[in-house]
Write a protein of this length. Structure first.
Length: 525
């Protein structure tokens, strides 16, 4: 039987992130094709919401509810067990993506060669930087006209604050795209649309005249010049730097044409980290520890009203998770065992007996779990890095059917545990305020309250700029602030103090007037 160490070393758990339309779904699908996990293109359902309407979102969620496997796609490639964690592309669900990023060991960022670094990518990479997550960049759509390679690297460095190190380099683009030179393996990879790999040639020395025969005189001259510049200007690849999140390898290709994907995957399994350590409030957890620990980073509701179960997604962080074994649910201070824990291979769910660090296990749940919950063999641990972000949109939520107030309260509580939105309760009058990142979250909450809990709610406007958590060592000043700002104070669902600033100016003046207080923009501090 393989040892825990062997199991850990062959695992790679990562997410593909992109601004919507960058090519995340296409690249994921091609990776699965190489892994033999799916047989035909088109098998991965895009989770992107084209029309930005609730019904569209709910339709997708329903499909996904039936086949939750799309949330995690596991496959084997060479000697590795690979888990790709799916992330919603729509910006209104960015928080869901942020939380998923806390459960991965590395990420691949897809960038559209024509559009360059877009807004959503900036935000997602910022979250990666908070944890020093190693990042590989894939510049996609080289079969289209786009930005110059060097300009793009400058843009990545500036906007994403990543130090780049190209490991492949494009030869032309758009109609003149001839392929890439793989700087890592010293191979010329000639573009042949829709073939499995393109046409790969060993090419240790691009100064040899053979190069002209393959790509023509002009392209050969340009490539030699550009490779010389790369060698002079960019740092050479250093795995330690990459693993520390300080150096990002860059690849170029065209996912839709299968081009550049295999070399990305081959390099990925070689350099990307196997499961890494995790921070808890108490101590650092090493994956090689014998005792099992893990945390819930996502909860997926089952959309079928006949089955009210939810699935909690647990990231195994250390030791071996075993079926039918009692584990401590730290927050609830009680032991629970699971008879049907599930793992997710690309197209199917399977009951597992043992799961190892890096694995994602689906636990059927009837309301026991919240995001961030920890399971251990008995030790009290609280995993860090699963913050709530300060919301950007706010509305009062009111009960629209007095006969159903219990259902509404239960629905709100459970959906907040799932991370659908954030709830704040005002100190002065106990009115409930829902905070979100985007409008669609309000609609989804309303829809789900109605369809899953039979409760009706209505929203009323509230003018707020930001909600931030406040703390201070100076308890007298903190109490004074809470008293003076009583109208703008609320509690979050963990009963922490939250200041509701009406405008940027009010926030700034509060910060100036109370230098003893700390204003936090994520819930983790
Ligand atoms: P996303 O998940 O990041 O949102 O992106 P997705 O993979 O859905 O790709 C967005 C669009 O870009 C799709 O076209 C896809 O076919 C196209 N695309 C992906 N990779 C490449 C590439 O290498 N070259 C070119 N030229 N296009 C690429 P669509 O028209 O929006 O959707 P579809 O109707 O083709 O599915």
């Amino acid at each position: 039987m393989a040892s825990l160490k062997d199991e850990i070393e062959k695992r790679r758990t990562f997410a593909v992130i992109a601004h919507p339309d960058g090519g995340k779904t296409t690249l994921t699908e091609k990776l699965l094709l190489f892994g033999g996990a799916i047989q035909v293109a088109g098998a991965v359902k895009s989770n992107k919401i084209k029309k930005s309407t609730t019904s569209d979102f709910m339709e997708i969620e329903k499909q996904r509810g039936i086949s939750v496997a799309t949330s995690v796609m596991g496959f084997n490639y060479r000697a590795c067990n690979i888990n790709i964690l799916d992330t919603p592309g729509h910006k209104d669900f960015a928080e869901d993506t942020y939380r998923t990023l806390t459960a991965v060991d590395s990420v691949i960022v897809v960038i559209d060669v024509a559009k360059g670094v877009e807004e959503q990518t900036e935000k997602l990479v910022e979250v990666c930087r908070m944890r020093d997550t190693p990042v590989i960049v894939f510049v996609n759509k080289m079969d289209r006209e786009g930005k110059d390679g060097f300009d793009l690297l400058d843009e990545i460095e500036e906007k994403l604050q990543l130090t780049t190190c190209p490991l492949s380099w494009p030869i032309g683009m758009g109609q003149d795209f001839k392929g890439v030179y793989n700087l890592y393996q010293k191979q010329l990879n000639l573009f042949a649309p829709n073939t499995k790999y393109g046409n790969i040639l060993e090419f240790n020395d691009i100064s040899l005249p053979d190069l002209e025969q393959h790509i023509g005189d002009d392209a050969a001259e340009t490539l030699r010049e550009e490779v010389e510049t790369i060698e002079e200007v960019y740092p050479s690849f250093d795995r330690e730097q990459y693993l520390a999140g300080k150096l990002s390898p860059v690849f170029f290709g065209s996912a839709i044409n299968n081009f550049g994907v295999k070399e990305l995957l081959d390099c990925f399994i070689e350099i990307a980290p196997s499961p890494v350590h995790f921070k808890t409030e108490e101590r650092i957890i090493d994956p090689y520890e014998n005792k099992f620990s893990g945390f819930v980073f996502k909860i997926h509701a089952n959309m079928d009203p006949r089955h009210r179960d939810r699935i909690a997604f647990l990231r195994v962080c250390s030791g071996t998770f075993q079926r039918n074994t009692n584990y401590l649910h730290v927050r609830k201070e009680k032991k629970i065992k699971f008879s049907n824990p599930t793992t997710f291979m690309a197209s199917k769910k399977e009951v597992v007996d043992n799961a190892y660090p890096g694995d994602i296990v689906g636990l059927y749940d009837s309301g026991n779990f919240k995001i961030g919950d920890t399971l251990t063999e008995g030790e009290v641990l609280h995993f860090k890095g699963i913050p709530s972000f300060s919301p950007e949109q706010f509305k009062y939520i009111e009960n629209a059917n007095p006969m159903k107030s219990k259902q509404l309260a239960k629905g709100i509580r459970q959906l907040m545990d799932e991370g659908v939105a954030q709830l704040f309760t005002k100190n002065t009058n106990n009115r409930k305020i829902i905070g979100t990142v985007g409008q669609l979250q309000f609609e989804v909450l309303q829809y789900r309250l109605k369809h899953e809990y039979g409760a009706s709610c209505r929203y009323e406007p509230i003018q707020l700029y930001k909600a931030c958590w406040i703390t201070s060592d100076n308890t007298a000043k903190l109490s004074e602030f809470i008293r003076k700002k009583a109208n703008y104070m609320a509690k979050d669902k963990e009963d922490r103090d939250v200041y509701l600033a009406e405008s940027r100016w009010m926030l700034q003046s509060a910060q100036n007037d109370y230098p003893e207080l700390e204003f936090h923009f994520t819930s983790e501090f």
